[in-house]
Design a protein around this ligand. Structure first.
Ligand SMILES: Cc1cc2nc3c(=O)[nH]c(=O)nc-3n(C[C@H](O)[C@H](O)[C@H](O)COP(=O)(O)OP(=O)(O)OC[C@H]3O[C@@H](n4cnc5c(N)ncnc54)[C@H](O)[C@@H]3O)c2cc1C
Length: 376
């Protein structure tokens, strides 16, 4: 089968790799040229579940990521408004790591390098999709090049042009919040542990990058961050020192930027018996628990499994049936956490408190949560 993929970000490039590994012919079309890592960590970092790390390692891709742009982490902690803290450690599930922090650029570049070694894969950069003839199964690019396909995959992110051309509509809303990401260099060593602390104006979190570097994440409403950022980098650094220094000790800010948060989901994951959506093109989710790219990888693996087991178009229906429910459950869970952990009202706070107590005291439940954090 010839699979044409629009969008070669993390999810599209991983889809190309898994499709090639399954014996399909692949054409990957990406607007911008992927870039290797620079001297410093880029701000866009993902926490990738151990199950997906293992999958990418089996494909021979993970090994291509430079050691200084990935770090395995062994535990994750969450602290509620009531200062109740629960820690999930990989050792409690009898394993070494829950997952790894990785620079998005480094993973994307590793995927593209691997794809360049594959005879079945053609990569086209600097081109975008312009039109699709669904009856002829023909994609036309902006340079008027025409590419025939058996399956067209939209991995072109939240503003998916594939979804628009296929007539697949989406629902969504803005959270009216921004997420500030900051790379910092610390004086004290940074443990291989990630944590998130909830407070009324939004949570803040740490991703460990290496022995003396971390990515700090701070969620606040739009107005707060925009006001702080107009005060310049010094004001942002002072604010981050107030929040993070008690847990992290002294640090220096290297780079920072904030991103708006939006939730969006496609109403269908396939159409025309020959087109499917994966990754952010199908669902973009609150980054609170670092699930976005992991859900996208889950889509890719399920789609290729459905294509192994069923003929088209039944495979596309099977893919949608299996992934839509899983992804929506995760989106609802993120909304519940987003609201429940922040709420000052008694009922949601009591529910959060009960869940954290149960997670701490009931060993099998805790093990299940740890396995879920690893992507099982
Ligand atoms: C602040 C923040 C922090 C996050 N942290 C995490 C985390 O820790 N863990 C995690 O799992 N997820 C995280 N996410 C989510 C994660 O980044 C996204 O879910 C993931 O990057 C989506 O990948 P994608 O390949 O589906 O889409 P994208 O990354 O949007 O890639 C789409 C690609 O398609 C290309 N493209 C678009 N249109 C066209 C076109 N018409 N023709 C050709 N090419 C096109 C683009 O150039 C781009 O390369 C975070 C998100 C945010 C905002």
């Amino acid at each position: 089968m010839h699979i044409v993929i629009i969008g070669g970000g993390l999810v599209g490039a991983a889809a190309a790799a898994e499709a090639a590994a399954n014996g399909h012919r692949v054409t990957l079309i990406e607007r911008s040229e992927p870039v290797p890592s620079g001297d410093a960590w880029d701000l866009r970092i993902s926490s990738v579940h151990q199950q997906n790390v293992d999958w990418l390692r089996e494909l021979g891709i993970w090994q291509r990521i430079p050691d200084h742009r990935q770090r395995a982490y062994h535990s994750l902690s969450v602290q509620s408004l009531d200062q109740q803290r629960v820690t999930f450690a990989a050792s409690e599930a009898g394993t070494e790591a829950l997952g790894a922090m990785v620079e998005n650029n480094a993973l994307q570049y590793a995927l593209w390098q691997w794809l360049a070694t594959q005879k079945r894969v053609t990569c086209i950069t600097g081109a975008t999709l312009q039109a699709v003839d669904w009856s002829q199964r023909l994609a036309t690019l902006d340079d008027q090049q025409q590419v025939p396909f058996d399956l067209l995959l939209g991995a072109d992110g939240a503003q998916s042009s594939v979804a628009k051309l296929a007539g697949i509509s989406a629902r969504g809303w803005d959270y009216d919040m921004r997420c500030l990401l900051a790379i910092v260099t610390t004086e004290q060593p940074v443990a291989a542990a990630t944590w998130e602390i909830f407070r009324p104006c939004g949570p803040y979190a740490l991703l460990p990058l290496d022995d003396h570097q971390a990515c700090l994440i701070d969620y606040r409403d739009n107005q707060s961050w925009m006001a702080l950022e107009t005060g310049g980098q010094d004001q942002v650094e002072r604010e981050l020192q107030d929040v993070f220094a008690p847990a992290l000790g002294s640090f220096r800010l290297q780079s920072a930027a904030s991103f708006p948060l939006r939730r969006q989901r496609a109403l269908h994951y396939h159409s025309h018996d020959c087109v499917a959506l994966v990754g952010d093109a199908a669902h973009s989710i609150h980054p609170l628990a670092g699930q976005g790219v992991n859900l996208g990888f889950g889509d890719v693996r399920q789609l290729l499994e459905s294509l192994r087991e069923l003929e088209m178009p039944a495979a596309l229906a099977d893919y949608e049936q299996k992934r839509l429910a899983v992804n929506q459950r995760m989106m609802r869970a993120m909304d519940a956490i987003h609201l429940g952990f922040r709420s000052r009202h008694l009922l949601p706070r009591a529910l959060v408190s009960l869940s954290l107590t149960a997670a701490t005291r009931i060993a099998p439940l805790k093990r299940r949560i740890i396995r879920a954090a690893m992507g099982d």
